[in-house]
Design a protein around this ligand. Structure first.
Ligand code: DX5
Ligand code: ZN
Length: 242
């Protein structure tokens, strides 16, 4: 596979697969959220990742559609809305109306992807499916061809700032092989504990979309953090094609 850099500094492959960075606002200062959005955009973020938590599916509560709407009013970047909620079917209309670009729900949540995937698509937004660390990829395999994004969790969902679980790497390789085999252009996302080091490993394993919370918003400047992450994932992706 040939990798080249396009004009926006994003990496593309011969199959037009770009590497995209999505800062996770869960790690930003909520009292300065507008500034965080602006900093991420100025730093070259390709999308923003918004972690919705209901206190049932995960042991934490974050925010709902009102905050997604507020962020939407501040940026044109795609909003990748990660629904860590037990009953996604009840809320997809609200998150689509709030301005979400992609709604990512969990295969472990209530309801069947058979109904939820077309329901989300009918709202005019993209569809993502997430798998927890302990869930085998097989649980999502039958839906892969219907997705715009497959999100592999590399931490137990609920909190930012956790360490990357390396068992995500073979799962990424398995997912990359499956997506390539079926000719899917779906994003292969990695979420949790992504740093320059682990992001590079994830890129080498086939990830195309990198959710980055603490590594963007904690310590250093957002712009330089994003530049460092981008260099790292580009280098990692090159390792994959040797
Ligand atoms: C965890 C969330 C992640 C988290 C990432 O449940 O889904 O998106 O915010 O934060 P970091 O990159 O700090 O692990
Ligand atoms: Zn997330």
């Amino acid at each position: 596979m040939i990798y080249i850099l396009d004009r926006t500094r994003a990496l593309v492959t011969s199959a037009s697969r770009r590497l995209r960075l999505a800062p996770s606002l869960l790690s930003a200062d909520f009292a300065e959220l507008g500034a965080a959005v602006a900093a991420a955009e100025a730093g070259g973020a390709d999308a923003l990742h918004l972690d919705v938590m209901d206190g049932h599916f995960v042991p934490n509560i974050s925010f709902g559609p009102a905050l997604v709407r507020a962020v939407r009013s501040r940026t044109k970047l795609p909003l990748d809305v990660h629904l860590m909620i037990q009953k996604p079917a009840q809320y997809v209309e609200a998150f689509a109306a709030a301005g979400g670009s992609t709604l990512v729900f969990h295969v472990e949540a209530d309801g069947s992807p058979r109904e939820l995937i077309p329901k989300i698509r009918a709202l005019g937004v993209e569809v993502g499916l997430a798998v927890n660390p302990e869930t085998p990829l097989e649980a999502a395999a039958r839906w892969l061809g219907d997705l715009d994004e497959l999100l592999v969790m590399s931490v137990h969902p609920g909190f930012s700032g956790q360490s990357f679980l390396t068992e995500a790497l073979p799962k990424l390789r398995q997912a990359r092989a499956a997506l390539d085999t079926m000719g899917s252009n779906a994003e292969l996302s990695i979420d949790g504990g992504v740093t320059a080091e682990t992001g590079a490993e994830a890129a080498a394993a086939g990830a195309s979309f990198f959710v980055c919370g603490n590594s963007v918003f904690t310590g250093g400047r957002v712009e330089s953090n994003l530049a460092m992450l981008r260099d790292a994932v580009v280098a990692g992706a090159k390792r994959a094609v040797r």
